[in-house]
Design a protein around this ligand. Structure first.
Ligand code: 5GP
Ligand code: MN
Length: 327
């Protein structure tokens, strides 16, 4: 890969659908690095992403599937290298998956989720890593290029590390993570700007939506769980935009006795679900088993194709079964 990178290649970077801070941060961090290596680089997002991620350097050049399909097809065909960042199974990038698997260039996966599929020519998978952005930092370091990291690369990577560690609080945060972040600060990043762009970007209606969710949160004492749901009606009432529901799932976990928190969002044809947990409650396993999903031990997601009401009944039943069979 180093040899290819040093030859000013055409590079195609793709991340998972519904990109989060780590998805866009790791992708644009690598993008800005490869630009400095004089590569021709493009970042592809399989779907739109939230407004609070639209400040990262290179954002205006990101190609989005659904809007830029013709060019995305062409870029994949021309690519010498295709990076798959922050996901480990091609179904996580929808239709772009077919394009990546048909491409002639070498595919490199860099990811930290559990149970990777075997689709890449070169795979860097580290489930102990706090974020893909941390892994991209180490990738750059291993290529001998730590010293060319600048503010743009650094702020993108910091965004990924900060969001995927819950601002350095999750157990995945290590002394190495803090050392990497210290290095990024030495390279001139504005960490306060990154934090404010992401966490102080609320609108009044988004805060009211949060209030509505917390007021209606259900706590399942017996199962040590809590959940929040958003119906199609809520979408209209609160004028919900992409990103507005991000992070709401975390509030359930702030209840001391709660080990598993869930968030259900009724979309057009499906219910999208987010799970968060504490300690050894394995939501990756839970989401895989019951909701066609996956992720990490303490943060995962899934989908449901039955109604919102039936999905919640299934959730409660699954919790009981899971605690007796898998605990
Ligand atoms: P979130 O709840 O923030 O959308 O996702 C939490 C974690 O679970 C992320 O690491 C994300 O990549 C993963 N995840 C979310 N939804 C799905 C899904 O439907 N399938 C799989 N395999 N992983 C998911
Ligand atoms: Mn990640």
């Amino acid at each position: 890969v180093k040899e290819i990178i040093n030859n000013k290649p055409n590079v195609f970077i793709v991340t998972h659908k519904n990109p989060d801070g780590d998805a866009m941060g790791s992708s644009l961090g690598l993008y800005n690095y490869l630009l400095k290596k004089e590569a021709k680089v493009n970042v592809v997002a399989p779907t739109e992403y939230p407004f609070f991620l639209n400040w990262i350097a290179g954002n205006d050049e990101v190609k989005v599937w659904g809007k830029d399909n013709v060019i995305i097809n062409k870029l994949a065909e021309e690519a010498d290298l295709l990076f798959c960042l922050d996901f480990n199974a091609l179904h996580r990038i929808d239709e772009v998956g077919k394009i990546v698997s048909n491409a002639k260039g070498k595919v490199v996966m860099i990811d930290h989720h559990q149970q990777p599929d075997d689709f890449a020519d070169y795979m860097i998978s580290d489930t102990s890593s706090c974020s893909t952005a941390e892994m991209v930092y180490e990738f750059i370091e291993n290529l001998g290029d730590k010293d060319i990291i600048d503010g743009d690369i650094g702020e993108a990577l910091y965004c990924g590390i900060m969001t995927d560690t819950g601002s350095f609080k999750f157990p995945s945060t290590t002394s190495k993570t803090h050392r990497i972040v210290a290095n990024l600060m030495d390279r001139g990043i504005d960490h306060n700007m990154v934090h404010r762009r992401i966490y102080d970007s609320n609108t009044p209606s988004r805060l009211k939506l949060l209030g509505h969710c917390l007021l209606n949160m259900e706590v399942l004492t017996e199962q040590s769980a809590a959940y929040v749901k958003i119906s199609k009606k809520d979408h209209a009432n609160f004028n919900i935009k992409k990103g507005d529901t991000e992070g709401i799932v975390n509030y359930g976990l702030s209840i001391e006795s709660v080990k598993c928190s869930a968030f259900f969002r009724e979309d057009k044809d499906i219910v999208k679900i987010s799970f968060r947990s504490k300690d050894d409650f394995d939501v990756n396993k839970f989401a895989r088993k019951y909701f066609n999903g996956g992720g990490h031990i303490n943060a995962a997601g899934g989908i449901s194709k039955i109604s919102l009401k039936e999905t919640i009944i299934k959730f409660k039943k699954s919790l009981t079964e899971f605690s007796t069979i898998d605990a």
